[in-house]
Design a protein around this ligand. Structure first.
Ligand code: SF4
Length: 495
C-alpha cells in the first residue's frame, strides 16, 4: 500500500487497513475472518463514550522537545494536555531529561468562530507560539469544530511555514473523521513525514529507529551487544533527531498499532528497512524479532549469540515462574497489538487467558505483510502470531473501552487477574474484587528479561486479592442485575 504524502490529510484506518472496533467471538475466529477478507465492522446499537484521534495525535506531538503543539479547537478538547503533560513529566526521567512541562496552546474556538471562521485566530496563535517559545517546529492539531467549519489549516500552516522558516505541520485528527482513535497516531506521523523528515545526507549503519511511547530504555544495552544504537522516537526526541531518521539502517517498533504508518513511510520514502516480525514479547516473538533485525543489519551471528545467552540466563527463573503461575486465569484489556503482546507473555508464563477486551483490530498493517508474513506463519499481524504460537483465546472482544461490556465480561468470567493498559479501565477490575495490574511502561515486558519482569510482577499482584476484595465490598456498581445477566455482546451488531 502506498502512503500518499502529497495529500495533507492521512487516510483513516478503517479505509486504509479495514480496521474494526466491534467483534465478539474467539481470537481464532477473528483471525480467520481477517485472513479471508470476510471481516466487517459490527456497529453497536448502544455505546458509551470513547476516545478520539485528537488525543492520540497530541500524545505523539506534545512530547517532542523544542516544539509547540497548537490544538485548533474549543478549550474542552485540550483536556488531553493535562493527561499527556503528566505522562511527560513522569517519564522524562527514563531519558535522563530535565523535568519540565510540555508546550501546548489551544486556539480556544468559541461560538462566534464557528460562524465567522477560526482561521485568523489560528494565524495569531501560531505567531504567538513562535514569539513566546522560539520553537524548531509547530504542530497544529485539528478538531471536530475546526473540521466542521472548514478552516483551511493546510494553507494557514503552509503560509506560516514560509514566513517563519520552520516546519509548521497540519495534523488531520478531527475527532469525527475516524472511529479508530489510533488514526491520530498516523495523523501526527503523516505530518512528521511530510514536514520534518529530511532526505538522508549520510546513512548511519548502526542507527536503529525505535518507534515507542515513553517507556524505559531497554535497547541501549541490548543493541550495544550488536554494535547498534537505538534512536527512540517520537516522544522526547528533538526536531534535529527526527530530521535524520531517514539516515537509520532500520526501524523497529514496540507496537505495530502505534508505529506501522511511520515505519512504512520511512521504508517507502527513504528505504529504511522495517523489522516486520511481530513485536518481541514472549520467547518466539523475541527470537523472530531479533533474527529479522539481524538479517537487515547483517548481524545474524551476533544475534544468535545474544538469543542463546539471554535464553540461558532466564531459563531457571522462567521454569520457576511457570510452575507458580500455572492454571491462573487472566483477562486482558489493552490496545490492539499491545494487547496481543500481553496475551503472548501471559501464555508464555503458563497462565490461562480466559478472555480479552481489545480496543480495535487491524486485519493488516501498512507494510502489506512482507517479511512479517514469514515470521507469523503466514499471517500479517500480531494476533495471528499469538494464535499460531500459543493457541486460541476464548471470549475475545474487540471493544473500544466500552466499560459496560468489560464489566459484564469480568463479572461473568471472574478471572484471577486483570491486566489493563489504560487507567480508565483498570478501575473496574478492583471494583469487582479482581487483582489488577495497570501496565504503564510498555517496555517493561519486552524481550527475554521482560518475561521474567512480568511474571514477578504478576505474582505480587495476585497477592493483592484481599485488598481488591476489600475495595469491592465498599464499591457500588452502576450496572443493574438485568445488564449483568445479558450477553456482553448484546448491542454489537444490534438494531
Ligand atoms: S476533537 Fe471532537 S471528539 Fe475529540 S475531544 Fe474535541 S470535540 Fe471531542
Amino acid at each position: 500500500m502506498r502512503i500518499n504524502l502529497e495529500h495533507p490529510e492521512v487516510q483513516k484506518r478503517e479505509e486504509r487497513l479495514n480496521s474494526i472496533s466491534g467483534f465478539a467471538g474467539t481470537a481464532r475466529e477473528l483471525c480467520d475472518k481477517s485472513n479471508s477478507g470476510r471481516l466487517c465492522d459490527k456497529k453497536r446499537s448502544f455505546s458509551q463514550c470513547l476516545g478520539c484521534s485528537s488525543g492520540n495525535a497530541i500524545c505523539q506531538s506534545i512530547m517532542i522537545q523544542d516544539t509547540v503543539t497548537i490544538n485548533h479547537a474549543p478549550l474542552g478538547c485540550a483536556g488531553d494536555f493535562a493527561d499527556f503533560n503528566f505522562t511527560n513529566r513522569v517519564n522524562r526521567g527514563f531519558r535522563n531529561l530535565e523535568i519540565k512541562n510540555c508546550r501546548a496552546i489551544s486556539t480556544n474556538l468559541e461560538e462566534k468562530d464557528t460562524i465567522y471562521g477560526g482561521g485568523e485566530k489560528l494565524r495569531k496563535t501560531i505567531e504567538l507560539a513562535y514569539e513566546r517559545y522560539n520553537p524548531k517546529a509547530i504542530f497544529v492539531t485539528a478538531s471536530c469544530a475546526s473540521g466542521i467549519i472548514g478552516d483551511d489549516i493546510e494553507s494557514i500552516t503552509n503560509e506560516a511555514e514560509e514566513k517563519l522558516g520552520i516546519p509548521v505541520a497540519y495534523i488531520s485528527c478531527e475527532g469525527f473523521r475516524s472511529k479508530l482513535w489510533t488514526t491520530g497516531f498516523d495523523a501526527t506521523f503523516h505530518g512528521i513525514l511530510r514536514k520534518v523528515v529530511k532526505p538522508p545526507v549520510k546513512k548511519q549503519d548502526d542507527l536503529i529507529n525505535v518507534i515507542n511511547f515513553w517507556g524505559s530504555d531497554i535497547f541501549t544495552d541490548l543493541f550495544k551487544r550488536l554494535n547498534l544504537r537505538p534512536n527512540y522516537i517520537v516522544p522526547f526526541s528533538t526536531i534535529e533527531q527526527l530530521e535524520k531518521i531517514s539516515e537509520a539502517t532500520a526501524t523497529v517498533q514496540i507496537c505495530p498499532t502505534l508505529g506501522t504508518y511511520l515505519a512504512a513511510g520511512l521504508e517507502q520514502e527513504y528505504g529504511v528497512k522495517e523489522v516486520k516480525a511481530p513485536v518481541p514479547y514472549g520467547l518466539k516473538g523475541t527470537d523472530n524479532w531479533f533474527r529479522e533485525l539481524g538479517k537487515i543489519t547483517g548481524k545474524e551471528k551476533e544475534v544468535e549469540e545474544l538469543i542463546a545467552k539471554e535464553k540461558e540466563k532466564i531459563a531457571p527463573k522462567l521454569k520457576e515462574l511457570r510452575e507458580k503461575l500455572k492454571g491462573k486465569r487472566a483477562y486482558v484489556t489493552a490496545g490492539a497489538a499491545h494487547g496481543h503482546s500481553i496475551i503472548a507473555l501471559l501464555k508464555e508464563l503458563g497462565l490461562e487467558v480466559t478472555g480479552a477486551g481489545i480496543f480495535h483490530h487491524d486485519p493488516k498493517y501498512d507494510c502489506d505483510g512482507g517479511a512479517r508474513n514469514k515470521c507469523c506463519n503466514g499471517s500479517t499481524e500480531s494476533l495471528n502470531h499469538v494464535v499460531n504460537t500459543y493457541g486460541d483465546v476464548p471470549n475475545f472482544h474487540v471493544c473500544n473501552k466500552q466499560a459496560f461490556e468489560l464489566v459484564n465480561n469480568l463479572n461473568r468470567i471472574k478471572p484471577d487477574l486483570l491486566i489493563a493498559r489504560h487507567g480508565g479501565v483498570s478501575v473496574w477490575g478492583i471494583k469487582l474484587g479482581i487483582p489488577t495490574l495497570l501496565v504503564g511502561d510498555e517496555q517493561f515486558g519486552l524481550g527475554y528479561q521482560g518475561i521474567i519482569n512480568y511474571g514477578e510482577k504478576i505474582l505480587q499482584i495476585l497477592n493483592t486479592k484481599e485488598f481488591s476484595e476489600n475495595i469491592a465490598s465498599h464499591s457500588l456498581s452502576p450496572y443493574s442485575d438485568w445488564w449483568l445477566s445479558q450477553p456482553a455482546n448484546k448491542f454489537i451488531g444490534g438494531k
